[in-house]
Design a protein around this ligand. Sequence first.
Ligand code: TA6
Length: 295
Amino acid sequence: MPQFPEGVRIERGAGGLDRLVLSAAEGEAHVFLQGGHVSHFQPKGEKPVLWMSGRSRFETGTPLRGGVPICFPWFGPKVGSPDAPMHGYARILAWAVAGITREPDGSLRAGLELTPEAAARGGFPYELALSLTVRVGRALRMELAARNVNGAPVTFEEALHPYFAVSDVRQVRIRGLEGVSYLDKTAAMARKPGEAEPIAIAAETDRVYLGTSGPVAIEDPGWHRRIVIGKCGSSTTVVWNPWIAKAKTMPDFGEDEWIEMVCVESANAADDAVTLAPGATHVMAATIEVYSSPA
Ligand code: TA6
């Protein structure tokens, strides 16, 4: 068993899946080795920031429902391969722990990797080596680095796809995308003009905002808090809530759970897909912070 810093342990989580428990001074996080999947983040004194479905499956090779799935190297269905897993292979394969350190500020930094060999063993393309760095303290920072180990350029899509826990999705407002046009996945990817006001969720919402690199805030009046998602190396922002009917179609999604969550995803998808030269590396990072707002 590798030697981990104080506050770090590896344990059998739900379904017998191994997960890292990172307990730093100012916050804690859990990361399942399957998928490099952050399933929990909670700053000290705050409610959990990430949502997990009570119906999530915890089975080898099956995506967890909630937390921060890693979508890679395609987003959504794989074009031309109807049998390929939705959102790529990274979230359904076993990652390895590369190293864990305690930082001077008391935060914990865990490195995980998904090697091309692991992708090949899963029967997937193996031109890209993937690593994830998770740093937890008062904030949660995730860095996804993709390196092209192939002799030719490789194009891929990616997303850090967090499910945020909210008091009532019908009450939240999402700021930072005002006035920006988007592709509406509920309307066959029709391009829609941006709205002047912060986003309110009042129906199934599945929007792909291309060319967006700025921070987004989820304002939650019910829990008197604001969740701020900052990012770098990402040009796409996706906002998703399944609402009533879509939630009912997902067996790993409880009937009324749509009220408790909203996804604001940092991605590079569609026109924003990344093309990497041989030997090159691309890093996409997202930082999640929580601020209390006046009652
Ligand atoms: O990011 C939004 C989305 O692409 C939705 O269209 C919905 O499919 C969601 O991801 C969840 O996908 P999953 O494969 O995890 O059920």
